[in-house]
Design a protein around this ligand. Structure first.
Ligand code: AHR
Length: 331
């Protein structure tokens, strides 16, 4: 499967000239050395989780470990991801690793990768394609189960006693697996619990700025002092934006005030959780680089890798956290 770097570089230069795409970033080739060439299309850098995920990949796919990584940041645009995949095909990479921004719209380009004989490995989120053999493996999180952990916490914290549980829901990037799974768990639970009231579903796009903006606008429309019990944020950065908006709107975040729920559980969110401003942090593990490498190694050895691998994840409440634990967290 390995190709000489010279061939990859020459093809990149032929296809794109010297000022376009990954080809321009290829430094000099170590003479005669053969590396496994991995073309990686990352969503962007919208969240602390995403940054940790990219770092995990870059730490594993190094020349010392036998890889040439062609890393492309799509700046949260699917069309940029599709362009990157086509570039990787032109460059005849050995593997394409795709973190898909959303589930739909991948059939054609993944078909092109297959016709070029390049295995595609999905990381983090999933794709919804007619032919599931268009990718060889998926490594990520079970987002529905993460959502289930969050709604179980709400159900335990607010036992059904007839009093309403007023919930504001800030969604992640619409159509992404992370959003679909976490949203489905909440919507199903809200239907099952008569006292749960979904006050609003706001689009926070997994960013702090957007969550702050939509939450601020929403609070401005509410009557002064309107009670909110839970804000269900689909990632940490949304939680940071929501907390800022809530506090500016006169709300207190934490037990006895508004229970903010978050997903990811990165270090900054765990710090807020330990302080009590976040009531529940559901872990979503970004450190997927080693699992992706194991998959590539299995393919290099001619083995069939596991089709879906899910990272181990847990939940955190303020009483479970210590400064020492948070300091030891790598993301
Ligand atoms: O797909 C994983 C999600 O995407 C993380 O929860 C979020 O922070 C990221 O942007």
């Amino acid at each position: 499967m390995k190709k000489t770097l010279l061939a990859v570089t020459a093809l990149a230069v032929m296809a794109f000239g010297s000022a376009c795409g990954a080809g321009q970033d290829l430094p000099g080739d170590p003479a005669g050395e053969e590396l496994v060439v991995v073309g990686m299309s990352q969503v962007g850098a919208e969240s602390d989780w995403r940054v940790a995920n990219s770092e995990s990949m870059k730490a594993v796919f190094t020349e010392e470990n036998g890889y040439r990584l062609l890393f492309e940041d799509a700046r949260q645009k699917q069309e940029n991801q599709i362009t990157a995949i086509r570039r990787f095909i032109q460059q005849q990479v050995d593997y394409i690793v795709l973190m898909p921004i959303s589930e739909t719209g991948w059939d054609s380009v993944l078909q092109e990768a297959r016709e070029a004989g390049i295995p595609v490995i999905l990381v983090d989120r999933m794709v919804d394609v007619e032919d599931e053999s268009l990718y060889v493996a998926h490594i990520g999180s079970d987002f529905w189960r993460e959502g289930e952990a969050a709604v179980d916490w709400i159900a335990g914290t607010y036992p059904d006693r007839g009093t309403p549980v007023r919930i504001v829901h800030i969604q992640g990037t619409l159509g992404s697996t992370a959003q679909l799974g976490r949203t489905a768990a909440l919507v199903e639970a809200a239907e099952a619990h008569e006292s749960w009231e979904l006050l609003a579903q706001l689009d926070g796009d997994f960013t702090q700025a957007k969550a702050y903006e939509v939450m601020t606008e929403y609070l401005e429309r509410l009557p002064a002092g309107y009670e909110i019990d839970v804000v269900y944020c689909e990632n940490d950065n949304e939680a940071f934006g929501a907390i800022q908006a809530l506090e500016e709107g006169g709300y207190i975040c934490g037990s006895g005030g508004v229970d903010v729920i978050t997903f990811d559980a990165t270090r900054n969110a765990l710090t807020e959780c330990m302080k009590g401003r976040i009531s529940l942090a559901v872990e979503c593990n970004p450190l997927l680089g080693p699992l992706v490498e194991e998959t590539i190694q299995a393919l290099e050895a001619g083995q069939t890798p596991e089709r879906h691998r899910y990272a181990e994840e847990r939940t955190f409440t303020p009483d479970q956290l210590t400064e020492a634990f948070i300091a030891g967290r790598t993301y």
